[in-house]
Design a protein around this ligand. Sequence first.
Ligand code: NIG
Ligand code: FE
Length: 404
Amino acid sequence: METISLWCNARLATLQGGTWGLVDGAAMLVGGDSLLWVGPLAELPAQWRARTTAEHDLGGALVTPGLIDCHTHLVYGGQRAREFELRLQGASYEEIARAGGGIRSTVAATRAASNGALLAAARKRATALMAEGVTTIEIKSGYGLSLADEQRCLALARQLGRELPLAVRTTYLGAHALPPEFDGRADDYITAVCAWMPQLHALGLVDAVDAFCENIGFSPAQTRRVFEAARALGLPVKLHAEQLSNQGGAALAAEFGALSCDHLEHLDTAGIGAMRAAGSVAVLLPGAYYFLRETKMPPIAELRAQGVPMALASDHNPGSSPGLSLLLMLNMACTLFRMTPLEALQGVTLHAARALGLADRGTLAAGQRADFVAWDLDHPNELAYWFGHNPCRRVVVGGTERIR
Ligand code: NIG
Ligand code: FE
């Protein structure tokens, strides 16, 4: 007989209906990896109660959906603390990149690292994110930049998802930077990126395709070629768009029905309109904004006014956002970007799920995956309020409690 567990004595923030969706004295019934029923315990139908085979007391804790980090670059070798020092002395992120540092230096370190070393480092990072209630994570490639190394990084990301109680979605970001062997031949490199895509997809390693459309990345025309290759395979696209300058990348991505456009500091009104029409999510990355000491904010008020869903992510990577706290991103989204605490939590739950094309998670409701977190907090607005503190008490992923 299937185990049906009752999780009771909780204060739920279901995030349904565009609000916190608070339910006191609540219970959730879990069967397999799904939520079967969610509501006040007093309203639990008798036939469900009768089928319950296990019971867990949440001790009155606040419970939210599991957190989703929908934009990370978790698999890489080395670190870039020296580059941080150079930036503090006045060098810009672009200057370092143009001088062959930046992403390229991480590509060299990643290529030189063994699978075991890459996996161990990525596992530590994933474990840090998980400790704060992250139950789903997206991991991009983009530090291999050869067929063999992109394949290795994507396969290691998949392996992490099998090893850890964590759902992993992979994104192929071959068009992240120009590898040294293609110097002066960016169009040829894009041809290679497009040729590798069906091979990586055939291996089951690609859930989505991303590119870095920027003056230090790839042009809109090159990005378009990557998106056309993705469309030919039926793969959804996302884009690192308008981070350092306005390239019209968001409108281009929207033309391809992008799941999301990410960063967006330099997004203009036309880009917002295109994203809105396409239903693309705006993934905001306050960690990169903070760490690169950017001063131009993404157009939050206009995104909000236009009803473009906003997600938040760590953008964990060694160059622009070496942080491993998604909760800190909630706080920064409010302090730096003036988002509301509700928007911040929606940004790492239902809107993050949408940025990954996942309809089965992000809220607490019957039929959703049983991914939830019990917090040592009274109200969900505290998730954006405290910082440098981890109130995560218990985590359930796919119906099973994660033992810490
Ligand atoms: O999302 N913008 C491009 N990619 C990363 C940074 C990569 C790096 O500096 O290593 C980002 O910020
Ligand atoms: Fe990124």
